[in-house]
Ligand binder design. Structure first.
Ligand code: TYD
Length: 132
């Protein structure tokens, strides 16, 4: 994997007997986010993702449950990361192919993105991605 192209970032956790609280605010991520979306009710055995972004960066958090993220850069370096902590997230830079799989029952993947939704920013064809 290219240096710094993916990174686990700890999200501050405020512990409390009434329950924990984690907060994402300015300074934690290396980009100012413009969009938040979440994946939920993902049936077991299915997967999400299967694309790269030309420009956008994303930060993925397992706010509930767990799932695996398979990552590959254009040189073919691969890695697999399990996300299962609400106070930890995975930063994915542009030009990284990602697939999300093995969602546990009730898992929720929260995604914080550097830009609004733009279909033209997606590379959805793996061969096209590898030819960049
Ligand atoms: P996609 O990004 O392919 O989902 P994932 O990578 O999580 O599997 O998006 C699925 C569909 O939802 C696709 O038709 C585009 C649409 N979509 C939006 O309209 N806005 C958004 O912010 C996102 C992330 C997706």
């Amino acid at each position: 994997m290219y240096k710094n192209s993916i990174k686990i970032i700890e999200i501050p956790k405020i512990k409390d007997a009434r329950g924990n609280l984690s907060v994402l605010e300015k300074g934690i991520l290396p980009f100012a986010f413009k969009r938040v979306y979440y994946l939920y009710d993902v049936p077991s055995g299915t997967y999400r993702g299967g694309h790269a972004h030309k420009e956008q960066q994303e930060f993925l958090i397992a706010v509930s449950g767990s799932f695996n993220v398979l990552l590959e850069d254009i040189t073919g370096n691969k890695t697999k990361i399990t996300l299962n902590k609400p106070n930890q997230g995975l930063l994915i830079s542009s030009m990284i192919w990602r697939e999300l799989e093995d969602f546990s029952s009730g898992a929720i993947c929260l995604v914080v993105a550097s830009d609004v939704y733009k279909e033209e920013d997606y590379i959805r064809d793996f061969e096209e991605f590898k030819s960049f």
